[in-house]
Ligand binder design. Structure first.
Ligand code: HEC
Length: 439
C-alpha cells in the first residue's frame, strides 16, 4: 500500500470510528429503542397492581433507574425466565437478546436520551390486565376479605355466582387480585349450575387446617365443571387460538380457592377472575388436566411423598394418555424445596417428546408455558414428570430452620409435584397450528 493510500485508509477509519460513536450515542433513545423493549418485557409485571415493587412505564420511571436496569439485564436477573430454552423454547419466552441488553447499557451510559416521540414509546397496555384489551366480564368477590396478621396459612374458597344473557365463547381468562403479595396461589373452576340455588349458600368458606370438608356446601355445584385454571406467582392470562376455547355457561358459579401465605400484619384483598369473550364459535374444546399431586397419577406418590430433613429427594409420576392429544400449554408446580422440574413424554414407538425443563426451580417465578405450535401426544404415550427437592439447610428457600420433614400437601411448607396440561383432542394438521401470543 502506498503512503497516500495508507493515509486515506487512516482518515476513513477515524471518520468511521467518529461517525459510529456519534451515531450510537445519538441513535439509542427512549422513544425509538428503549421504550418498546421495556414495555413488552418489563411493564407486564412492573406496573401498578402487579407483583413488582415499582413501575417501569414512563420515561421517568425507567430513566431514574437506568443503571440498576442495566445491571439486572446484564446479569439476566430480569426479566425472570426459568425454563431451559435449549430443552424446549416456548412462545411466551421472556428473554432479552444480547443486542437489546447492549442497547440498554449504551442508553444508560449516554445520559438516557429521550428522543422524539415516534408513537412507539407509548405504553399501549390496558390497565388491569396483561391481555391486549379490556375484559368482557369481571367476576370478583363482593366484599374484601380480611386476612389476619396471625402468621397462619389459609385456604379460602369463594363462591362467585353468575347469570349471563347467554352462554358465551371464551377466548382468554385471567385471575385478578388487588393485592398480589398476599396470594400464594389460586385455583378456580367454572361450574355450570342451571337449576340449583346459587345465592343462598355461603359466600366463602375458610379453613386453616384442612382443605376438603368445607367444600361440602358447594359439592352440588361441582357436578358439571366446565373449566379449571389457576394462578401462581409470576403467571399471567391464558388465551386460545382461533376456533378453540371453551364455553362459559349461562348460569353457574366460579369457585375460587385462594391460598394465603402467613402474614405478620393484616391485609385486605379482593380476588376474582376475568373473561375475554369472542363471537368466533368454539369448534374445538379445550380442557385442563392436572398430573401428579391433586390430579391424575397422584397415587404413585401420595402415601410416600415425604422428604426427611437434610435430604435431597426425587419423585416421579408416569401417566399414559389413552387418546391422541394436542397440547397448548404446560404449567409445572412445586413449592420452596423444589430444585429441578422436568416433564417429557415417550411415545409407543420410543420417541421422546420434550415438554419442559426447569433446571433451577424458583418458587417466585412460575408460569404457564406456551408451545409454539400445538404439540401432538399420540395415544399410548407415557408422560413422565420428575421433581427434585432439596430439604437441606443449604437450600436458602427452605422454610424451616433447622430443616423438618416435609410431606406432600397443599400448604406452602408442604410440597407438590404437579403438571397442569391444557390440551384438546388431536386433529390432522394440528402440528402446524400456532399457539401464538395474541399481542
Ligand atoms: C414476571 C414479572 C417480571 C418481569 C417480566 C420483570 N420483572 Fe423486574 N421484578 C419483578 C419482581 C416481582 C421484582 C421484585 C422481586 C425481586 O427483586 O426478585 C423485580 C425486581 C426488579 C428490579 C429490582 C431488583 C433488586 O435487586 O431489587 C429491577 C431493577 C427490575 N426488576 C427491572 C426489570 C426490568 C428492566 C425488566 C425487563 C427487562 C423486568 N424487571 C421484568 C418482576 C418482573
Amino acid at each position: 500500500m502506498s503512503m497516500r493510500g495508507g493515509i486515506i485508509v487512516l482518515l476513513l477509519l477515524s471518520f468511521f470510528t467518529f461517525f459510529c460513536k456519534e451515531s450510537t450515542a445519538q441513535k439509542i433513545t427512549w422513544s425509538e429503542h428503549i421504550a418498546p423493549v421495556i414495555h413488552s418485557n418489563c411493564t407486564p409485571c412492573h406496573r401498578q397492581g402487579e407483583g413488582a415493587p415499582f413501575s417501569l412505564v414512563t420515561y421517568e420511571d425507567v430513566a431514574k433507574r437506568a443503571s440498576f436496569i442495566k445491571k439486572v439485564t446484564q446479569t439476566r436477573y430480569m426479566p425472570p425466565w426459568m425454563p431451559d430454552p435449549h430443552y424446549v423454547s416456548f412462545t411466551n419466552e421472556r428473554k432479552l437478546t444480547d443486542e437489546q441488553i447492549a442497547m440498554i447499557a449504551d442508553w444508560a451510559d449516554h445520559k438516557m436520551p429521550k428522543g422524539k416521540s415516534t408513537g412507539n414509546d407509548e405504553n399501549n397496555y390496558v390497565a388491569g390486565t396483561r391481555y391486549n384489551r379490556k375484559p368482557d366480564l369481571v367476576l370478583s368477590m363482593k366484599t374484601a376479605f380480611h386476612v389476619e396478621g396471625d402468621n397462619t396459612e389459609r385456604f379460602v374458597v369463594y363462591k362467585i355466582p353468575f347469570e349471563l344473557p347467554d352462554s358465551t365463547n371464551v377466548e382468554a381468562i385471567e385471575f385478578i387480585t388487588n393485592n398480589r403479595k398476599v396470594v400464594h396461589h389460586a385455583n378456580f373452576e367454572v361450574d355450570a349450575v342451571p337449576e340449583l340455588d346459587i345465592y343462598h349458600t355461603a359466600d366463602y368458606m375458610e379453613d386453616a387446617q384442612s382443605h376438603v370438608e368445607y367444600y361440602e356446601q358447594y359439592v352440588p355445584y361441582r357436578t358439571n365443571m366446565i373449566y379449571f385454571g389457576g394462578w401462581v406467582p409470576g403467571s399471567s392470562y391464558e388465551s386460545y387460538p382461533a376456533n378453540m376455547g371453551w364455553i362459559m355457561p349461562k348460569r353457574g358459579v366460579v369457585l375460587l380457592t385462594v391460598h394465603y401465605a402467613p402474614l405478620a400484619k393484616p391485609e385486605d384483598v379482593i380476588n376474582g377472575v376475568q373473561f375475554f369473550f369472542t363471537k368466533t364459535p368454539v369448534k374445538r374444546h379445550i380442557q385442563s388436566i392436572s398430573f401428579g399431586s391433586g390430579g391424575v397419577g397422584e397415587k404413585q406418590i401420595d402415601p410416600y411423598f415425604y422428604i426427611p430433613p437434610g435430604v435431597v429427594k426425587s419423585f416421579k409420576v408416569k401417566v399414559a394418555t389413552p387418546t391422541d392429544q394436542s397440547l397448548l400449554y404446560v404449567w409445572p408446580h412445586m413449592h420452596y424445596l423444589g430444585k429441578i422440574f422436568k416433564a417429557y413424554a415417550v411415545t409407543p414407538s420410543g420417541d421422546t417428546i420434550r415438554l419442559v425443563s426447569i433446571p433451577d426451580w424458583n418458587f417466585n417465578w412460575q408460569e404457564i408455558y406456551w408451545f409454539p405450535k400445538l404439540m401432538k401426544i399420540p395415544a399410548g404415550t407415557v408422560v413422565t414428570i420428575e421433581g427434585t427437592y432439596d430439604n437441606t439447610a443449604d437450600n436458602p428457600m427452605n422454610q424451616s430452620s433447622p430443616p423438618a420433614t416435609v410431606y406432600g400437601a397443599m400448604r406452602s411448607k408442604d410440597e407438590m409435584l404437579t403438571l397442569v396440561v391444557v390440551s384438546l383432542p388431536y386433529e390432522d394438521g394440528d402440528e402446524e397450528i400456532n399457539v401464538g401470543l395474541k399481542k
